[in-house]
Design a protein around this ligand. Structure first.
Ligand SMILES: Cc1ncc(C[n+]2csc(CCOP(=O)(O)OP(=O)(O)O)c2C)c(N)n1
Length: 278
């Protein structure tokens, strides 16, 4: 497992991960494109610069944990986990096949996965449980939980937000993939939450906003929030649904469809052009 810290190298890795995501989805013929492409930099930051993990001992007790609460974004997680060495790259091309370990929503059994997810709203509650267990066991580890902005319409998210603040779970760090869209439209039209930052602050979380595609910003903001003691932390990461491919970006209709062959070819060309500019 080679961890990358250099920003340019991470930017090139993000392009490679986006190519893998699109290729996997095209082969599968179905899946969630927009919400996978929006979380690439967040995942790369966590796995390369943040988390204390051991690929060879993936269930080691002292590890930091990552919960993908917006489970439908799993093509991005699979691409990153495989790139880190948790399982062979060839397995990526089995996405959504019967008997594959890479299901359309994460299913326990794949090395590197902490939970099965997909039913939105549940991840933060699980993260709290893991964080409480770590505290009771004297384990000094962090549990990260990535949620969708639309996902926070789920009441359970706010029950978990209250719980983490009440128990002063400073070993929990939440991240909102604030791509402004959900399954069939803009979040503010489906259920307007106003300021995400103010809402989480009022629930007792130390909260910052960041550009979720800028590795320098992510680094700065994670470094800031992870110093905080006595409170859970939240990063509201401004992202673009479908990031990296012009005809997919910011379109709700790309929520739950995979690219067709010609679309994949166009997308890969665009990403190659983007890579040349890094
Ligand atoms: C409990 C539950 N209700 C509905 C769904 C169907 N669903 C899948 S993704 C999605 C939209 C989620 O929006 P958001 O969290 O903003 O995700 P993103 O835009 O990042 O894809 C919905 C409603 C689900 N997976 N779980």
């Amino acid at each position: 497992m080679k961890k990358i810290t250099d920003t340019k190298e991470l930017e090139r890795k993000a392009v490679a991960i986006r190519k893998d995501i699109l290729t996997m989805l095209e082969k599968a013929g179905s899946g969630h494109t927009g919400g996978s492409l929006s979380i690439v930099e967040i995942l790369l930051d966590l796995y390369h610069r943040r988390m204390n993990i051991d690929v060879k001992k993936h269930d080691w007790k002292g590890r930091d944990k990552f919960i993908l609460s917006k489970g439908h974004g799993c093509p991005a997680l699979y691409a990153v986990l495989s790139d880190m060495g948790f399982f062979p790259r060839e397995e990526l091309w089995t996405l959504r096949q019967i008997e594959s370990r890479l299901q359309g929503h994460p299913q326990l059994g794949l090395p590197g996965l902490e939970i099965s997810s997909g039913s939105l709203g549940q991840g933060l509650s699980v993260a709290n449980g893991m964080a409480i267990a770590d505290r009771m066991d004297g384990v000094n580890a962090k549990t990260y939980c990535l949620m969708g902005d639309g996902e926070t319409n789920e009441g359970q998210v706010w029950e978990a937000a209250m719980t983490a603040a009440h128990y002063k779970l400073d070993n929990v760090c939440g991240i909102i993939d604030y791509n402004k869209l959900q399954i069939d439209g803009f979040c503010c039209e489906v259920m307007d939450l106003g300021s995400y930052k103010k809402k989480w602050e009022s629930f007792g979380w130390y909260t910052v906003e960041t550009d979720g595609h800028d590795f320098e910003e992510l680094n700065k903001n994670f470094n800031e929030v992870l110093q905080i003691k006595g409170k859970p932390q939240l990063i509201v990461a401004h992202t673009i649904k479908g990031k990296g491919v012009s005809f997919i970006e910011n379109k709700a209709e790309w929520h739950g469809v995979a690219p067709k062959k010609d679309e994949l070819e166009r997308a890969l060309l665009e990403l190659e052009e983007a890579e040349k500019k890094i």
